[in-house]
Each structure stands twice: as C-alpha cells, then as structure tokens.
Design a protein around this ligand. Structure first.
Ligand SMILES: Cc1cc2nc3c(=O)[nH]c(=O)nc-3n(C[C@H](O)[C@H](O)[C@H](O)COP(=O)(O)OP(=O)(O)OC[C@H]3O[C@@H](n4cnc5c(N)ncnc54)[C@H](O)[C@@H]3O)c2cc1C
Length: 276
C-alpha cells in the first residue's frame, strides 16, 4: 500500500519527568516517519511556553514540527509576539484554532472565531505559514447546526487556511458526508482525518462527551463489557480504529492525524497494521 500522509499530535508535558517520557515516545514514533509532529496550545496561557519548547526540541531532533495556536483570550499584540517567535525559530507550519478558555477565565480576547485568527496570521505574515484549521464531521458541540458549522469551516479556508484536521470520530460516513458537503461549497483543501486510538474506556468517554465525538453504541457496549480488562480494550480498540483508518484511506482521505496522547504504543500498532 502507498504510504498515506500522516502526522502525530502531542500535548506539552507539564513536568520534567513528562518531558523525558515524551522524548522516548517521540523516538519510537519518529521511526514511523510521520510528515510532522504537532503540539497543542493551552488557551489562557496554561501551556504556551511548553508548546514552543516542545516544538523546538522536535525540530532540533531533525523532524518537522507544528505548534497549535489558539486565539481565545489573546490580543492582537500577544498573538503578534507569538507569531514573531515562531518565525524567528524557523517554524513554517501552524494549526490555527479558536481554543476553549479554561473555566474561570470568562470570555475576553480580541478574536471570537478561528477564521479571524487565520485572517490575522495571513495579514501579519503573508505566506510564511502553512495553516491547518479544525473541522468537525460530527459538528462542533457549540454550533447551531451542521450547516452553520460547515459555513464556519468554509470561512476559515476562505481566510487562508491550507488544510484541515478533523476532530476525532468513529463513524466514517460522517467524515465522507462532511467532505462531500465542503466540496459542494467549493472548499477544496485537504481534510485530514483526526484519529483517536482507543486504549482506555473511561478516558475516551470523558473526552468524547467534552468534544462531541460519538462513540457508536456497539463499540461503547463492547468496551464497557470488558470492565478493567485493559488488554481486551486495547485489542478491540486496535481492530476498530484500524478498520476505520482503512475505510477512510480507501474512500480518499488524504491523510491521518493521530491524537497520540503522548503514548507511542497504540499509534504504532495501528500504523504497522495499515502499512503492512
Ligand atoms: C485538530 C484539532 C486540534 C486542536 N488543538 C487544540 C489546541 O491546541 N488547543 C486548544 O485549546 N484547543 C484545541 N482544539 C480544540 C478547539 O480549540 C475547540 O474545538 C474549540 O472549541 C473550537 O476551535 P475552532 O478553531 O474549531 O473554532 P471555530 O472554527 O472558531 O469554531 C468554534 C465554534 O464557533 C462557531 N462559529 C464560527 N464562526 C462563527 C460565527 N461567525 N458566528 C457564529 N458561530 C460561529 C463554529 O460553528 C463552532 O461551533 C483542537 C481541535 C482540533 C479538531
């Protein structure tokens, strides 16, 4: 099989121990030769230095790295300074998001939506950055309707995004329907599928509730039936997610973006099955 485009996401570690662990994880994942690694960005200042630091470490190890950048809670001035820092460090790729403020931060900020951030990045830095934005095949949880959300996605592309990465999902039809509808609106950028490996039932349910990803009933029931038998959860999760990836790639998805959760094993196992 021809190797599809793929990328891997990390979150910035909070402790020295976490940073050390992530270095080892990265070393393993680098063997899979992803196109780039991306590093998330905490709205409200929580992990922003950690994002740049992790990206610079990845670059120093000889790999492409893309910081995420979220605009909620930020000002033009603060975002300009961050973009300048990225440019000064030779970073050419960024994942541009609105972000979610941690509770207690209020609303605030000079940007309301991610399309405004994309527009700002283009205005400030021209074509320096390859910009990726988020897309939601199962609809962003705060959107009024799937149509509104699709329009919001189209606005991000019109503002200058080069490509999109989706929120994770386990229903390939939602992805294909989203891409079809985007094409009908004239949006023709690559929409890379975001992939969340399944390794832990409780964590998966918690994340999915927050971000609006649907876990199909049969998958949920089966995972629940394994109780704390983590080996069975992982084995079943590997089967489910590998077949999802196979379907996506066979149906024309231009690539896969793995939410690694700073772990190497699950992403590696899925990848090895896909390329064998
Ligand atoms: C690939 C990926 C990576 C991510 N990385 C991070 C990260 O590093 N840090 C982080 O904090 N979060 C991250 N997130 C989560 C993301 O920040 C949240 O999902 C956030 O709630 C929305 O961000 P967005 O960029 O999609 O926002 P937007 O595209 O701005 O959309 C947000 C909501 O507003 C609606 N909307 C947009 N424009 C309008 C308008 N003009 N009027 C009314 N409604 C509108 C949309 O339909 C949607 O419901 C990531 C998500 C994905 C899919």
């Amino acid at each position: 099989m021809e190797t599809p485009n793929f990328s891997i996401e990390f979150f910035p570690p909070k402790t020295d121990e976490g940073a050390e662990k992530l270095r080892a994880v990265r070393q393993k994942l680098a063997e899979l030769q992803p196109k780039y690694f991306s590093v998330t960005f905490g709205a409200g200042g929580t992990t922003q230095q950690g994002t740049l630091q992790t990206v610079l470490e990845i670059k120093a190890e000889g790999h492409q790295a893309a910081p995420h950048l979220s605009c909620v809670g930020g000002s033009r001035e603060s975002l300009r300074a961050i973009l300048q820092q990225f440019q000064d460090n030779g970073i050419r790729r960024v994942v541009a998001l609105r972000g979610d403020l941690p509770s207690g931060y209020g609303a605030g900020g000079e940007f309301r939506y991610a399309n405004e951030l994309v527009e700002f990045i283009r205005k400030e830095t021209g074509d320096w950055f390859h910009i990726e934005v988020a897309a939601y095949p199962e609809m962003h949880p705060q959107a009024r309707s799937p149509q509104d959300d699709l329009q919001a996605f189209a606005r991000k592309v019109q503002a200058g995004a080069n490509a999109a990465i989706t929120q994770y999902f386990y229903n390939a039809d939602a992805y294909f329907d989203f891409v079809d509808n985007a094409r009908k609106l004239g949006v023709d950028v690559p929409v890379v599928a975001g992939i969340m490996p399944i390794t832990n039932y409780t964590q998966l349910m918690r994340f999915s509730d927050m971000c609006g990803a649907e876990i199909p009933r049969w998958v949920r029931n089966k995972l629940a039936s394994f109780g704390d038998d983590s080996a069975s959860i992982k084995a079943f999760g590997l089967d489910v997610v590998t077949s999802l990836c196979e379907r996506l790639l066979a149906g024309g998805a231009p690539g896969l973006h793995f939410y690694s959760m700073n772990q190497a094993a699950a992403t590696t196992a899925i990848w090895q099955r896909l390329v064998k």
